[in-house]
Design a protein around this ligand. Structure first.
Ligand SMILES: Nc1ncnc2c1ncn2[C@@H]1O[C@H](COP(=O)(O)OP(=O)(O)O)[C@@H](O)[C@H]1O
Ligand SMILES: [Mg+2]
Length: 366
């Protein structure tokens, strides 16, 4: 059991507030991902949980017990770093065993745990090698193994895959997910990569400038981003944003209109806006439809044809970039004009303060 609770958690670094009163509960067995741009406070928050940074304010609880004052070693957590942090002069076996020897674990118990972890992480053949004789992926497996042998209540990962090449990152992503399924521990994972967050998390916490922007499942955040920041951060290529104004509010939708352009119905709640208000309309590249009737006109700047899917990079009359992601292939060519259509159920609308209007109907999953 390990429930991790953050209540009004604050971190001040000599006059600079890095974490601004964060409230969050991470449930037992949950895979929770902290995601956000560089400098938003992900590592700071993780290190506060780990006991590697003092807590300036608020309370941190593990299984209901306040641990603010507890030393890192007493919290029952294990952390895996981006830099591996292996001992270069020790073999893999020695690296795995070191932490347990330090706390005087019996020899046969150490052997059992090290062998189990090595099997789980498929590093059994390399036990007598030193870190520099291993590939990046193997080193990261050893670093994870070192956390596994400690049998922690909670695993903490700080961008563990950032030093690996793209292909290996995908493999290790799957391995960490399967480790989580096998062990069932609470895991907290920090990344700036929204694809890692989307593919691994039960729960994603989006951070910006030391504050939580939104907490939810991957599809919650994709379908119902609370604000324009989350909308732009989650999803790749990123959501298109178009400046429009409210032409009309209806019972269960609004009509948005571009200057001198056509109008579109958006299936969002009219609560919080009135006719004439300026809004930002968001639409994901995969939801734009290319049509023959008059829609939102764009000029195609370049096209990427991947065979199974196509990306069209365009500019609209207002000079805004518009990206279209379409499955299959396209006959369109760079330099041509296209009309794009915004389906009512795919439109996101953000008020001037950046907050989203509630979406009332969204395209159903099949
Ligand atoms: N030891 C420190 N002293 C002063 N400021 C720090 C220290 N560590 C981090 N910061 C600042 O706190 C903010 C959050 O940093 P960090 O948690 O490392 O962000 P992230 O991991 O999301 O990239 C940044 O503005 C960073 O410059
Ligand atoms: Mg960091």
């Amino acid at each position: 059991m390990a429930v991790v609770e953050l209540e009004k958690l604050v971190k001040d670094y000599a006059g600079f507030r890095a974490i601004h009163g964060v409230d969050l509960t991470i449930e037992d067995g949950e895979f929770c991902v902290f995601v956000g741009p560089s400098g938003c406070g992900k590592s700071t928050l993780l290190r506060m949980i780990a006991g590697l940074e003092d807590i300036s304010g608020g309370e941190l609880r593990i299984d209901g017990e306040r641990v603010n004052e507890q030393r890192a070693a007493e919290r029952g957590l294990a952390m895996v770093f981006q830099s591996y942090a292996l001992y270069p002069h020790m073999t893999v076996r020695e690296n795995l065993a070191f932490g347990l020897e330090n706390i005087r674990t019996p020899k046969d118990e150490i052997r059992r745990r090290v062998d189990d972890a090595a099997r789980m992480l498929q590093i059994e053949e390399h036990m007598q090698r030193r870190p520099k004789q291993l590939s990046g992926g193997q080193r990261q497996r050893v670093a994870i193994g070192r956390a596994v042998v400690r049998e922690p209540k909670v695993f903490l990962f700080d961008e563990p895959l950032s030093n690996l090449d793209a292909e290996l990152r995908v493999v290790m992503r799957g391995e960490i997910s399967s480790l989580h399924r096998r062990l069932g521990n609470t895991m907290i994972y920090v990344t700036h990569d929204q694809v890692e967050a989307m593919t691994m998390a039960d729960k994603i916490v989006v951070l910006k400038l030391g504050t939580i922007q939104q907490v939810g499942s991957p599809l919650d955040l994709y379908n119902r981003p609370a604000n324009q920041f989350v909308a732009g951060f989650i999803g790749s290529p990123r959501m298109n944003f178009l400046k429009m104004s409210v032409a009309e509010t209806r019972a269960e939708s609004i009509v948005v209109k571009e200057e001198n352009g056509r109008s579109f119905e958006a299936a969002v709640s009219p609560e919080g806006v009135k006719a004439g208000d300026k809004v930002t309309v968001g639409i994901r590249p995969e939801h734009l439809e290319i049509g023959s009737e008059r829609g939102h006109p764009v000029t195609i700047d370049s096209i990427e044809q991947l065979g199974g899917e196509s990306y069209l990079y365009c500019t609209d009359a207002g000079g805004h970039p518009v990206t279209i992601h379409k499955s299959g292939q396209t006959r369109l060519r760079a330099g041509e004009e296209a009309q794009v259509f915004l389906p009512a159920e795919s439109i996101h609308v953000f008020k001037e303060d950046g907050m989203a209007l509630e979406r009332l109907r969204i395209g159903e999953a099949v």
